[in-house]
Design a protein around this ligand. Structure first.
Ligand SMILES: N[C@@H](CCC(=O)N[C@@H](CS)C(=O)NCC(=O)O)C(=O)O
Length: 201
């Protein structure tokens, strides 16, 4: 399999952590991509019309995106239990992933607004609105973190990648302030081999 990737992308990281947890990491060849909302990477667009990463080319040549689809694919390929197959547990895990992905989306959009958009066109209200999503998403995580225990599933992996991205790009945001449960949980989760191996430099 080939994965179009960039080490800083939290969505890519989610796929790589899933692959590592399932013992599939060695089967994935990484192809460096320069995905950008304006200067689109033609190599990615050739496979994925959205031009976004992660984009996965499977061994039989199928193209899979986005990260949610890729993670489900890897989970089935690895005969894993990262996504419960049915019942309330499935919706709990998928909703957790959706929340973490939503925070990552807001953080990535904030990053684009501050680093990709020319300064004269930046809109502070937009940044404030996106960061409010980050804040309320983190507050929701804080209210759930005590129940995570030592669970490793697609929801907790997504939360881990989301917090790792905030540490990486938004260190001064101080997400740990007032969130002791999420902080304690991430102290443990972030030390997993799969997380350490994929930590953005
Ligand atoms: N919903 C997508 C989001 C992926 C995404 O936003 N990736 C960013 C990199 S972190 C990207 O490719 N941006 C390029 C663009 O917006 O065109 C997923 O889960 O894979």
């Amino acid at each position: 399999m080939k994965l179009y990737y960039a080490p800083a992308s939290p969505f890519v990281r989610k796929c790589l952590v899933v692959a590592a947890e399932l013992g599939l990491r060695d089967r994935i060849e990484l192809v460096t991509a320069a995905a950008h909302p304006v200067n689109r990477d033609k190599n990615v667009v050739a496979h994925n019309p959205l031009g976004k990463i992660p984009t996965l080319i499977t061994d039989d040549g199928s193209v899979l995106y986005d990260s949610r689809v890729i993670c489900e694919y890897l989970n089935i390929l690895g005969d894993g239990n990262l996504v419960p197959r049915a019942g309330e547990a499935r919706w709990t895990v998928l909703s957790a992933q959706a929340l973490a992905d939503g925070v990552m989306d807001a953080a990535v959009l904030t990053r684009y607004e501050t680093f990709a958009r020319p300064e004269a066109f930046r809109w502070q209200d937009w940044i404030t609105g996106q960061l409010e999503k980050v804040t309320s998403g983190l507050d929701a995580l804080e209210s759930r973190a005590a129940d995570f225990g030592d669970r490793v599933n697609l929801g907790t992996i997504a939360f881990g990648c989301m917090l790792g991205y905030l540490d990486f790009r938004f260190a001064s945001f101080g997400w740990r302030d007032g969130r002791p449960k999420a902080s304690a949980w991430f102290e443990w989760f972030g030390a997993r081999d799969s997380m350490v191996a994929t930590r953005p430099a």
